[in-house]
Design a binder for this molecule. Sequence first.
Ligand SMILES: Cc1cc2nc3c(=O)[nH]c(=O)nc-3n(C[C@H](O)[C@H](O)[C@H](O)COP(=O)(O)O)c2cc1C
Length: 333
Amino acid sequence: MNLATRYLGLDLANPIVPSASPMTREVESLERLEEAGAAAVVLPSLFEEQIEHETMAINAALNFGAEISAESTEGYFPEMDNYNTGAGDYLGKLRAAKDVLSIPVIASLNGTTHGGWTLYARVLEEAGADALELNIYIVAADADQTGAEVEAEYLRLVEAVRAAVHIPLAVKIGPFFSSMGNMATQLTEAGADGLVLFNRFYQPDIDLELLSVEPNLVLSTSDEMRLVLRWMAILYGRVGASLAATTGVHTVEDVVKLILAGADVTMLASALLRYGPELITSLLDGLSGWLDERGYESVNQARGSLSQLSSPDPKAFERANYMRTLVEYSSKV
Ligand SMILES: Cc1cc2nc3c(=O)[nH]c(=O)nc-3n(C[C@H](O)[C@H](O)[C@H](O)COP(=O)(O)O)c2cc1C
């Protein structure tokens, strides 16, 4: 079975790509992912706050003497030390990944504001990244800011990073836009070669013992893939960017559905953290088997065949589906 696909202009052996997570942090697990069949990997993100912290620390040391402690610089967030210890460490990991892997390595930048830190994209390009994923993780909590202003921030950020690099650029976004299709088009016009749908916003929880607000990361389940499935199907063939699916991809069925909806690649984090890199081998076997049984010759042939453009029931992706769902449920009771 021909599983080859193209993402961000890169020719990939298949549509399975581990997304940014601790699973893609160390060279040993990256090698296991490649061995299991991963077609490319996305490294964990380097965060705007980390870059700014290091830049401030360097400036402080240059201006006032080397005895100034990095830890005392405003904006330091030590909890990140366990995940990703900063820009220097990040470049070392990126170079090591490039040395040992033959599949494409996608570096990731994660931030929200248009600023000097975006120039770091060029440093990642120079360190050998085959492509860059820009994760714009904005929780639009300022009630004085309009939706149009929030969207303008996204676009300025994409334009700034686009201007800094020549390698392909993917933009990872959340689903919370008033007009997702229009935003997808605008992001593409601003320079995104690919869109990664969707960021999973981690919801804080309240600890009733400590009476404090706590971060609470729960791994995803396949059910969460449906939101991605809908927008994949609606956007396929309508934007000039590659489309990657992230959130809730766990099983062969999830991968197949997303390809039928229009995904160029499907990305996994939670499932790999739960089952290990070897899951990829069984997903690839299952995908080949499924396509073969239905008479498809390749992933490319199957892609988009149930997108909104090709579906015999295009309204099923919109409001009509909502009404039908309610009617069908009440007729079961
Ligand atoms: C522990 C953990 C760490 C993650 N770190 C990053 C990161 O550094 N950058 C990023 O863009 N996404 C990060 N993600 C998000 C994943 O790449 C992915 O988009 C998200 O988990 C949804 O996919 P899933 O349902 O397969 O987990 C992380 C996810 C997990 C679970």
